[in-house]
Design a protein around this ligand. Structure first.
Ligand code: ATP
Length: 345
């Protein structure tokens, strides 16, 4: 089952502190949305308001077109997967998965058949009779997912569900979550502060900052064409070159650089380029000197000094023959550059 989610001007205050400030968001049925942002930006508060665990101070939540703002959690078409899994230790895995169905009064045979189907879905067939303590952390996480999906929610809420897993397992579970979401078609709303995780799984990244939505869109759009300086920096490393918007480009200390932008001519601008787009065998826009390099497995990360500019960071393919003191031409992929307004200093 699946449904669209509409959040309209949700505000939440704790005492005199406004933690969510008129947040509005529309998700389509079947979307995998990720609420991303730094600690304390309000992600969990928003998720709890959608799930009915917390009241909003103002605003409306609609699921499948129905206003659920005043409904208690148990009456909403949502279920939640928590970071700590919250499995019942004295129940078997099958009983855990079937728990919500028992609460709804489904018959035993139907419950156990559904539990078996869900355990199959999350890759744990044959674990039905075990108890939670006999499973690894990753397996318990899958059981929590199976339990949440067993009751056929229209919307599944996931609060940092992979936070307790080691990096390798987390990456594997991200792939699986995405596969499972595609298979069941349920709308997923997943909270994380890890931008790589968000990019790996989301159809839509919703980037939050200080109680507001800063940027939202496909991972590609938010990473390659962020709407704000916060979004550009949160999604990954970024080089910024100060300048002024001109017709068809930006005037910088390196001269005019041809790049598309939406700023008014004469407006203070920030030319932005990600480290992997800086040295790309394109026409040179200037010269740089290599300061140091570090091996990162998939790439070598180098610091470059350029006269008149703050230091830049570039990613080079592993094996690139480069050493401190080398002069290198700056050859960015200008198609991958973007321009943001620069606040007056
Ligand atoms: P994290 O990634 O660290 O979990 P988050 O983005 O999920 O952060 P929230 O848990 O939504 O952030 O909290 C947002 C802000 O609201 C924080 O400043 C937090 O201290 C505050 N807050 C949350 N719950 C309460 C509460 N019950 N009473 C007072 N303040 C609260």
């Amino acid at each position: 089952m699946t449904a669209p989610v509409e959040i309209e001007a949700i505000t939440r205050r704790f005492g005199r502190v406004t933690v969510l400030d008129a947040v509005s968001l529309e998700l389509e049925a079947g979307e995998f949305a990720v609420l991303l942002g730094p600690s304390g930006c309000g992600k969990t508060t928003l998720l709890n308001i959608i799930g009915g665990f917390l009241d909003a101070s103002a605003g409306t939540v609609r699921i499948g077109g129905n206003d659920v703002t005043q409904l208690p959690a148990a009456q909403r078409p949502t279920t939640t997967v928590f970071q700590d899994y919250a499995l019942f230790p004295h129940m078997t895995i099958a009983q855990n998965v079937a728990f919500g169905l028992r609460m709804r009064g489904e018959r035993r045979r139907a419950r156990l058949a559904r539990a078996a189907e869900m355990l199959e879905l999350v890759g744990l067939p044959g674990m039905a009779r075990r108890r939670p303590h006999e499973l690894s952390g990753g397996q318990r996480q899958r059981v929590a997912l199976a339990r949440a999906l067993a009751v056929r929610p229209e919307v599944l809420l996931l609060d940092e569900p992979l936070g307790a897993l080691d990096l390798k397992l987390r990456r594997a579970m991200q792939d699986e979550l995405k596969t499972i979401q595609r298979e069941v078609g349920t709308t997923f709303i997943h909270v994380t502060h890890d931008q790589e995780e968000a990019m790996a799984i989301a159809d839509r990244v919703v980037l939050m900052n200080a109680g507001r939505i800063e940027d939202q869109g496909s991972p590609e759009r938010v990473y390659l064409r962020p709407q704000t300086a916060f979004s550009a920096a949160f999604m990954g490393e970024i080089n910024t070159i100060p300048g002024t918007a001109e017709d068809g480009g930006v005037a910088t200390p390196l001269g005019h650089i041809t790049v598309a932008h939406h700023l008014a001519v004469g407006q203070k601008a920030m030319l932005c380029v990600r480290p992997e787009h800086l040295l790309r065998q394109r026409p040179a826009i200037g010269q740089a000197t290599v300061q140091d390099g570090a091996f990162f497995g998939t790439h070598t990360r180098v610091h470059l000094s350029v006269e008149g500019l703050p230091d830049l960071i570039a990613h080079l393919p592993v094996g690139a023959e480069i050493k401190p003191g080398d002069a290198v031409p700056l050859t960015p992929d200008t198609d991958a550059m973007f321009v943001l307004p620069r606040d007056p200093q």
